[in-house]
Design a protein around this ligand. Structure first.
Ligand code: SF4
Length: 505
């Protein structure tokens, strides 16, 4: 199982070439400067740690990095294998993308339709402009019912709103019931992946955690044994909870119902047992009609984990007898993103995580290095929209290889949006000098043919004469695991001009 830095359009997962290209040789001085610059940006002036420095922390554990990379690539490979069985895969992607386009263009209409249908079904609908309002609304519902313990299934929206600490500060016990989420909740960590929140942890670490907190046998790391222990522990929590909170994968405007997809059935268990159910939904989660659901359920499971469908796809349309059902519809910056022409289609995201599984940077830096609720390529588009200064480095956490866009089930042009954010970071004056200078230099050279030829010659000569330590030194991370090829006598351009002439003669 391997790792391809060029582009995952090649699905073989081959190891990266140890031999850099001639272009690498030409821009090597720039790379050296850039690497040096990144090292210097361990802490920004703002005091915020950069993605590069957090990634460097993750990379200190070679074995973990390797295993993390391989685990995610395995999921990506499963996805590739499965979609081979669907000849119309590309057509379904296009359809999913078109439906979401329609939703984004008529969001106001669909939201009102959803609200009206949901209310007619006996659902109580709330609107939250931001995270603070969302948390207040959820808390007020719980307060009204005197709820002091809740179970919650996986919801990136409630992570985004920091609901858990908000409720805990007010004396409410919150238990995450998705196994991965429960593990990281016990460790007091944020999720590192939107579908596999504990993917950065090894089973031995989870065994130790369960030994300390659930009293399992010391040293036990058998996944089945640990899962059973978690199951017994969670069963008690399900039975004691007075309210259940879930995220929403899809809200159907036509019916006013919400659809929740899980592999563990934990959302269903919570909702069916607790008298009060609360579903928290971002405004972009709507689809127009029930018949559209099949398009997205086909895309979601395959893209997320390489399954034909998630194990539980549950529809909630009305409160159960004697119960109460709430839907909290949340904006929290989404309408702002909708208003950004270049970035609006990032709201098509169905949170499958495929762009993370394929991204060579994510796989090698871990989700926590992004310091944002949604990590990886899609997170690097969403986060600068929230706080450009804080997340200015994330659009650069990409090779721009385009693999994320290739796998995205709703055809979001992820790598192009990352490139656009880079331009905005620069034009708004947030680019660090250590990046600005070498990039400006490279831009100058690459836009002038004569200068480019001259610099190429100069670089070839310098590389032949320069002592080895000039390239392979502690400041140049690039040189730590790579060897430059033998420096050629002439550039490809010179070679081509000569050979074309010879061929013409
Ligand atoms: S951007 Fe696309 S690939 Fe990434 S999580 Fe969203 S839907 Fe999945």
């Amino acid at each position: 199982m391997g790792f391809c830095v060029c582009s995952n359009r090649c699905t073989s997962g081959s190891l990266p070439s140890a031999n850099p290209t001639l272009q690498d040789a030409y821009i090597l001085p720039g790379i050296v400067l850039l690497r040096y610059g990144l090292k210097q940006s361990v802490h920004y002036n703002t005091g915020i740690m950069s993605h590069a420095s957090r990634a460097a922390d993750f990379l200190k554990d070679d074995a973990r990095t390797d295993w993390h990379n391989k685990s995610l690539w395995h999921v990506r490979s499963k996805r590739d294998a499965l979609i081979q069985h669907i000849p119309e895969w590309e057509a379904i992607r296009q359809l999913g993308s078109d439906i979401k386009d329609n939703v984004l263009s008529n969001l106001d209409v669909y939201l009102e339709q959803f609200e009206a249908r949901a209310k007619a079904n006996g659902v109580i609908v709330h609107w939250a402009a931001d995270a603070a309002e969302h948390n207040e609304i959820v808390h007020s519902i719980l307060e009204k019912h005197k709820v002091d313990r809740i179970v919650k299934s996986k919801s990136m929206l409630t992570e985004e709103c920091h609901l858990n600490p908000y409720l805990e500060e007010r004396g409410i016990e919150v238990i995450d019931t998705d196994l991965g989420e429960r593990i990281i909740q016990m460790k007091n960590e944020p999720p590192s992946h939107i579908v596999m929140p504990a993917i950065h942890l090894k089973k031995e670490e989870i065994g130790q955690l369960f030994h300390e907190q659930l009293n399992t046998e010391k040293g036990a790391s058998d996944p089945q044994y640990l899962t059973e222990a978690a199951r017994q522990h969670l069963r008690e929590k399900f039975l004691a909870a007075k309210a259940a909170i879930t995220g929403v994968n899809f809200g159907i405007a036509e019916t006013g119902g919400v659809v929740v997809c899980t592999n563990e059935g934990n959302a269903d268990m919570g909702v069916h047992l607790a008298p009060v159910q609360i579903h928290c939904m971002g405004i972009e989660k709507l689809i127009p009609r029930a018949e559209h659901l099949a398009v997205f359920t086909r895309l979601l499971g395959r893209s997320a984990t390489g399954q034909p469908i998630t194990v539980y796809t549950s529809h909630h349309h009305r409160p159960k007898p004697g119960g109460e059902m709430h839907v909290v519809i949340v904006d929290n910056g989404r309408t702002k993103q909708l208003g950004r022409e270049d970035f609006r289609n990032s709201l098509k995201c169905i949170r499958c995580g495929a762009c993370m599984n394929t991204c060579p940077i994510y796989r090698r830096s871990g989700g926590h290095s992004y310091d944002h609720t949604i990590p990886g390529p899609i997170g690097s588009i969403l986060s600068p929209g929230k706080d450009l200064k804080k997340h200015k480095d994330l659009p650069f956490a990409s090779t721009l290889c385009g693999s994320c866009s290739d796998v995205c089930p709703v055809k979001i042009d992820i790598h192009e949006q990352l490139y656009k954010w880079r331009q905005i970071v620069n034009s708004e004056g947030h680019m660090e000098t250590s990046k600005k200078l070498p990039l400006a230099g490279a831009g100058n050279v690459l836009s002038r043919g004569g200068l480019y030829n001259f610099m190429g010659k100069a670089a070839r000569t310098a590389l032949k004469l320069a002592p080895r330590a000039m390239v392979y030194n502690r400041f140049n991370a690039w040189g730590k695991s790579r060897e430059l090829p033998e420096v050629p006598e002439e550039s490809f351009k010179e070679w081509y001009a000569k050979n074309r002439k010879e061929n013409q003669n």
